[in-house]
Ligand binder design. Structure first.
Ligand SMILES: [Zn+2]
Length: 482
């Protein structure tokens, strides 16, 4: 867990304490208390960058961004600001800054190399995954429905600052009917998961929602899908009760959907989000009006829908990202690219995945036109869908769906924070907000793919370590937790 301190060269000469091994940290702490207090020691002034704040449609150029401790103190133009004596000044001329990103649809801790299995799920792999997310500037992840108690423990450790990585939000166990939805086992999986809440009556459904609320789940997940006719589908009686009980317990509900009719019925019951687009046909006016009539958000998860077709068509240039190579190693990536392409081409559902993507994309376009808020989700959690990178890919798809680059960045930041109800602290770059941001080498407003040109990631006012080779971070044969 302890990593070498790699002070970024643009900060050389400054004392950065982020993620030093504890003993070194304590030593530094004592050293610093023995010295006279430095002036404005904890203030960093970033000058000259183009800043996309997550709220405004137009970027702020040649900006000044001031961070004190973990919080943004000032964002504006040079003319309105005097650098305090003793502040650290970082020149970001030619660079861009965007808020920390949100992945509102992930699954965690169940992969190792080519393998995916329920048996792999443990604390160490969850911790590994959130660090991988963070390496790409993803600072919040919402795990939708395959979690056990251990994720709540990791979340707790994060809140005590004892565990680095993207901040975890979890649905705990998602809801599916008895005899109903099972997530298709991806090719190569060695073991299926059955970690669902499967209520036996409507009252039982309400009881199970209260149980998730009691262990402080962040959101409730329901699957309303018959898996192309092979399963019992959750009935309105059940999801109506789940939504109602969740709202009584101050929890939002996100629904996995495919069909337009189910989507409209869920909207009538004020579901808070869909973790996919409608994929059976084009949405109609009634859908768009319902979705606009209250605080609903669409998580179209386009990159997830397109993953296997992309591999099959060898449309995988995005996998040559240097951070991905650092984390996984080039050889492994190449091997994975080949084997996943092979598997994808042999998948009986490949043609329908392509078709569903096309419908999902058209429906995302209609949602954009209608002004329905969108946010980013990736369905990351199977081999081949990489933590962190997926959100950047998703923003590219959102731009194809009609958002401007600044709006796509807003979808991936502010809109995620709003859905989680944490936009008072996270999701935008403004005075008073937590200093979570990504420094980019290129301007994402001219090409959304430039969000991948990561220069540095800052979380809570501190630079995050560069990603390191981490395949050995977890014992591949580590005993699953619980
Ligand atoms: Zn999912």
């Amino acid at each position: 867990m302890a990593s070498l301190l790699t002070t970024p060269s643009y900060l050389k000469g400054n004392s950065m304490h982020h993620r030093l091994p504890t003993l070194v940290y304590i030593f530094c702490f004592f050293l610093s208390t023995m010295q006279p207090p430095a002036q404005a020691a904890d203030i960093t002034v970033f000058q000259g960058a183009t800043i996309i704040d997550g709220r405004s449609a137009t970027p702020l150029r040649d900006a000044v961004l001031v961070v004190e401790g973990a919080v943004i103190r000032y964002l504006g133009t040079k003319s309105g600001y005097t650098v305090p004596a003793g502040a650290r000044v970082v020149d970001l001329t030619g660079k861009s800054v965007i808020p920390g990103l949100f992945d509102m649809h992930v699954h965690m801790g169940i992969t190792e190399g080519h393998e995916i299995s329920a048996d792999l799920y443990n604390q160490a792999r969850i911790q590994r995954d959130v660090q991988r997310h963070l390496a790409f500037g993803v600072m919040h992840v919402v795990s939708l429905g395959f979690d056990r108690q251990v994720i709540f423990d990791v979340r707790e450790a994060q809140r005590k600052n004892a565990s680095p990585g993207a901040r975890i939000h979890t649905a705990g166990s998602g809801f599916a009917p008895v005899g109903g939805w099972r997530t298709p086992v991806p090719p190569g999986a060695t073991k299926d998961t059955d970690w669902y809440n499967r209520p036996e009556s409507v009252d039982d459904a309400r009881r199970l929602v209260r149980k998730e609320a009691a262990r402080k789940a962040d959101i409730i997940k329901v699957w309303v899908d018959d898996g192309r006719g092979q399963y019992v589908k959750m009935t309105p009686e059940y999801y109506g009760a789940i939504i109602d009980e969740a709202h009584k317990n101050n929890l939002k509900v996100v629904a996995h959907i495919v069909y337009l009719d189910d989507a409209k019925d869920l909207l009538r019951r004020k579901v808070d989000a869909f973790a996919h687009s409608v994929r059976d046909r084009m949405v109609d006016n009634e859908f768009l009006q319902l979705a606009k009539s209250y605080g609903f958000t669409l998580i179209p998860t386009l990159s997830g829908q397109r993953m296997y077709p992309d591999y099959a068509e060898e449309n995988t240039a995005h996998l040559s990202h240097p951070r991905l190579a650092k984390i996984f190693g080039r050889e492994f990536l190449e091997e994975l690219r080949k084997s996943t392409a092979e598997r994808a081409r042999n998948m009986p559902t490949l043609a329908s995945a392509r078709q569903q993507f096309d419908v999902a994309m058209e429906n995302a376009r209609l949602a954009v036109k209608a002004g329905i808020p969108l946010t980013t989700g990736t369905d990351t959690g199977v081999p081949g869908a990489f933590p962190g990178l997926g959100v950047h890919r998703e923003m590219e798809y959102l731009v194809q769906a009609g958002l401007s680059p600044a709006q796509a960045i807003q979808a991936a930041s502010l809109n995620g924070a709003r859905l989680l109800g944490i936009d008072n602290k996270y999701g935008t770059l403004e005075a008073g907000m937590v200093a979570d941001f990504i420094i980019l080498n290129a301007d994402p407003t001219t090409d959304i793919k430039n969000t991948r040109e990561i220069f540095a990631v800052w979380m809570e006012g501190k630079p995050v370590d560069e990603p390191q080779e981490s395949r050995d971070a977890v014992d591949a044969h580590g005993a699953p937790a619980q």
